[in-house]
Design a protein around this ligand. Sequence first.
Ligand code: FES
Length: 136
Amino acid sequence: MSLFSRILGLSRTARPAAPDCWRLDGAEIRLDLGRAAELKAPGTALRLEGPGLATRVLVVHDAGDRFYALVNRCAHFGRRLDLLESGELMCCSVNRSRFDLEGRKLSGPAKGDAQSLPVVREGDILRVDLAALAGK
Ligand code: FES
């Protein structure tokens, strides 16, 4: 990622090509993994943003075939996070704070952890629990 992209805080993580692959259902996101092509392979990530969603969400399919979801805001100045080949997350800003997939801060100026969101996989549906966001 170029310095220019970092100054602008441009994420390299895609939004879904099929925007209707996810929907809000009460206090959770229901993501149809069968339609979210960006998450098909292990070692991929997808960012969910849009009307009705109280915060940006990053969904990760890790190399071990597990799924994670986090509030997609660095705990420094709120820039988006990208998945690295190492399996860590890195903020897209110049200061490059790093986090593990549970959101724990590994390095950088972020003031704390990124917020992890519980996920449950039921076949091709990934449910992301947003209840922890209530009151934030
Ligand atoms: S916004 Fe992430 S390190 Fe500054």
